[in-house]
Each structure stands twice: as C-alpha cells, then as structure tokens.
Design a protein around this ligand. Structure first.
Ligand SMILES: NC(=O)c1ccc[n+]([C@@H]2O[C@H](COP(=O)([O-])OP(=O)(O)OC[C@H]3O[C@@H](n4cnc5c(N)ncnc54)[C@H](OP(=O)(O)O)[C@@H]3O)[C@@H](O)[C@H]2O)c1
Length: 257
C-alpha cells in the first residue's frame, strides 16, 4: 500500500460530486476515506483509485448515527488524521408542489441532508480539530438554499440549513484552525435528477436537454481548491453555477387572467 498522505473523508462517494471529489483528490495525491451505501460501487472505486493512493471504504447510511460512530471510531490509524471532510451525501425527492408531496420524501430529505450531515460532522470534528491548521469541512449546499422555486420546498430548506450550519460551525471551530465552507453548486449533471424523479429517465433527458450543465468534476475542482488554500484563507461560501442557469423575474399572480 502507498504511504498515507493528507486524508480526505468524503460522503456520497459512489456518484456525482462525491465520486468526482474522490477522483480529483486522488489525482492530487490525497488519501481517501469513502462513505456511501452502495458497497459494490465503493469497492470498485477502492480497487481503481487504490492504484494511485491509499483508500479506505465504509458502506453505510449517514442517517444511521451508530454506524457512523462505529466507522469513525474504527478508522485504521493512518486514515484517522482527517484533514478534509466533504459532506456530499444528499438528495432531493419529487418536484411537484408541496401540497402534493409525499411526507415520507420530506422526512428522507431531512434525515439525509440535515441529520446525516450533522452526524458525520459532529462525530468527525474531534479528528479535524486534532489535525488543526488547514483542516477543512466542505459542506455541499446548493443554490436552492438561497433561491426558492416551485417544487423546491423541503429540499431548498435543507440546503438553507447547510448554509447557516456552516456559518455557525465556523464561529466555533475557526479558533481551532478548522475552516468551514458551504460549497453551493447549481445545476450539475449527475444521478441527482434520476434519484429526484424516482428513476424516470425521460424527465432526466428533458431536464438536461440543450444545456451545458456543470459536471461533477467542475465542482470537485472547486473543492480541491478550497482544501488546498493556505490555512489562513477560509472560503465561507462558494456558489458555482453553469452559465446557462439564470434567475427568473418575480411572477405576479393576477385574478383577471
Ligand atoms: N446535482 C445537482 O444539480 C446538485 C446541485 C446542487 C447541490 N447538489 C448537492 O450535491 C450533493 C451530491 O449530489 P450529486 O449531484 O452528486 O447526486 P448523486 O449523483 O445522486 O450522488 C449522491 C450521493 O449521495 C449518496 N447518498 C445518498 N443518500 C445517502 C445516505 N443516506 N447515506 C450515505 N450516502 C448517501 C449516494 O450514494 P449511495 O446511494 O451509494 O448511498 C451518492 O453517492 C447533494 O448533497 C446534492 O444535494 C446537487
């Protein structure tokens, strides 16, 4: 096995932005701890990226507090000095109006995007603080945390949580040398939309048709930049969107239409 270098702990590593971060950080020589639920994908990544850098994988659901705690507790010594945590595990479910949404979908978004992120962050903080100067938490938020849109309801609200939590966390841990960033992407082409539309690939094709969306590696590039800045520089929030994604003017509902 290669010698363990700087360690990046990445959730949501089996797809999209998390997977792209795993690849980009490996390319830059970082050792990896990769977390997600799908074991086969994690093992395939371990095999592939393990040719470049040391890789430790742990299949788990971030909403399962005990599993997260056990995994962090049992990190093999070379991987325990974590310098960067990237919280990318997350999802949206459904795109219809709030009044037609499945309450179970709301619970799952809250559990994953809020409780899961809180579990991993809180349980890993002692390791990040022990690493000290240069340690960084990169929370993958979203432009949806700032900009409301029809059908955004709970998903956007969970990302508003990610933003405010990132700021509040920074208040507490900056004196320990730990930086915290809300890295907030716009439209990024990944499995995100397939998951959101519950496997309906026709909606996915339509959504990305004629656009030049961000690719996961575009976001990963920003994450690496944030992580490798000199330790006295802290990016509080970085919003990155494809040029094709634009705001809309206010919509006015008229009763004479
Ligand atoms: N794509 C976009 O347009 C976009 C825009 C802004 C923000 N974001 C945010 O970016 C992050 C990554 O999204 P993505 O675009 O990369 O989507 P993606 O391709 O669907 O990847 C999501 C990842 O999260 C993991 N995951 C989901 N639930 C999990 C759980 N309970 N426990 C552990 N891992 C879990 C999935 O792996 P397993 O299924 O193997 O667990 C997968 O690796 C999310 O937080 C999302 O909200 C995405």
């Amino acid at each position: 096995m290669h010698e363990v270098s700087l360690v990046a702990f990445i959730t949501g590593a089996t797809s999209g932005i998390g997977e792209a971060c795993a690849r980009r950080f490996a390319e830059a020589g970082w050792s990896l701890v990769l977390i997600s639920r799908r074991r086969e994908r994690l093992e395939a990544l371990q095999q592939e990226l393990g040719e470049q850098v040391p890789v430790h994988v742990a299949p788990l659901d971030v909403t399962d507090h005990d599993a997260v705690a056990r995994t962090i507790e049992a990190l093999p010594a070379p991987f325990s000095a974590v310098r960067v945590l990237i919280n990318s595990a997350g999802l949206a479910l459904g795109k219809g109006p709030a009044q037609e949404a499945e309450l179970a979908d709301w619970h799952r978004m809250i559990d994953t995007n809020i409780t899961g992120l809180a579990n991993v962050t809180r349980l890993l903080l002692p390791r990040l603080i022990a690493t000290g100067s240069g340690a960084t938490v990169i929370n993958i938020g979203s432009i949806a945390g700032h900009t409301p849109y029809p059908g955004g309801h709970i998903y956007g609200a969970t990302k508003a949580f990610v933003e405010q939590f990132s700021y509040n966390l920074r208040c507490d841990v900056s004196a320990e040398g730990v930086r915290v960033t809300d890295l907030a992407p716009g439209m990024t082409e990944s499995e995100f939309t397939l998951v959101r539309m519950k496997g309906d690939a026709s909606v996915v094709d339509d959504y990305y048709r004629g656009t030049q969306a961000l690719q996961p590696h575009d976001v990963a590039e920003q994450a690496l930049h944030i992580a490798e800045l000199p330790p006295h520089i802290s990016i509080t929030r970085l919003e990155v969107a494809p040029l094709c994604q634009q705001w809309s003017p206010f919509t006015v509902l008229r009763n004479d239409a």
